[in-house]
Design a protein around this ligand. Structure first.
Ligand code: SF4
Ligand code: SF4
Length: 94
């Protein structure tokens, strides 16, 4: 059985806000007055865990397991969902 969803803190640049379990990142960001900017992946810290790929419904993130991933800004709709999954804070403002 899957673990129940948890509240998670999301950091974008110098701003951090709480995303309660079951809440869309973009809604939590709007409530916190934070705009989700264009994003990129920091290849120096990305572990290639693939969690962001699995959560991105736009197919904007690609990469091989255990290698740095890439984010295609032309496909990204800036929903922010990947930000809540990355444990290494590798998804950062572009
Ligand atoms: S912000 Fe949304 S659309 Fe863009 S890469 Fe992350 S999950 Fe995909
Ligand atoms: S969730 Fe973070 S560490 Fe994992 S592949 Fe995506 S950017 Fe890299």
């Amino acid at each position: 059985m899957a673990a129940p969803p948890k509240d998670v803190n999301v950091t974008i640049g110098d701003k951090t806000f709480l995303v309660p379990a079951g809440t869309k990142v973009k809604d939590a960001a709007a409530a916190a007055g934070v705009e989700i900017p264009k994003l990129k992946i920091d290849a120096s810290t990305c572990k290639g865990c693939t969690l962001c790929v699995k959560t991105c419904e736009s197919g904007a993130i690609t990469g091989n397991k255990k290698e740095p991933h890439e984010l295609d800004q032309s496909k990204c709709i800036q929903c922010g969902e990947c930000l809540a999954k990355c444990k290494t804070a590798s998804i950062v403002p572009a």
